[in-house]
Write a new protein. Structure first.
Length: 123
């Protein structure tokens, strides 16, 4: 959502690219790239500070940093790489609202999903 609203500024002519990689041991790597100008991710206000606790937005980056094991920004903030490690058996990835479900084949160590879809927002 941040890539659509903030990165691409809801421009219907711009795309958001999402790459997912799931491994048999449960690791998930996700890359989100928008066509915007990027942003200063270090300048995002801390949503846990007293001044920001009642705000209705501004928690996405904080949640990503809290929940993921690795978080890296590139291209001035328009590319976000996230990695989560887990001890799991078979990996299954379901991308909600896109009707994509992925179960890795048995002979493969990892399976990747790559898709680019133009986001259309309705108000």
């Amino acid at each position: 959502m941040n890539a659509i609203v903030h990165g691409n500024e809801e421009d219907p002519n711009k795309l958001v690219y999402v790459k997912c990689r799931c491994t048999r041991d449960g690791e998930v790597s996700i890359t989100v790239e928008d066509e915007g100008n990027g942003f200063e991710h270090e300048a995002v206000p801390d949503p846990t500070s007293l001044d920001n606790q009642l705000r209705t937005n501004g928690r996405g980056i904080h949640l990503i940093r809290t929940l993921m094991d690795e978080v890296d920004f590139e291209e001035g903030g328009s590319v976000l790489h996230m990695r989560k490690r887990a001890n799991a058996g078979e990996s299954e990835l379901t991308i909600e609202n896109s009707n994509y479900t992925l179960n890795p084949p048995h002979e493969s160590e990892a399976t990747s999903v790559h898709f680019a879809d133009q986001a259309r927002l309705t108000q």
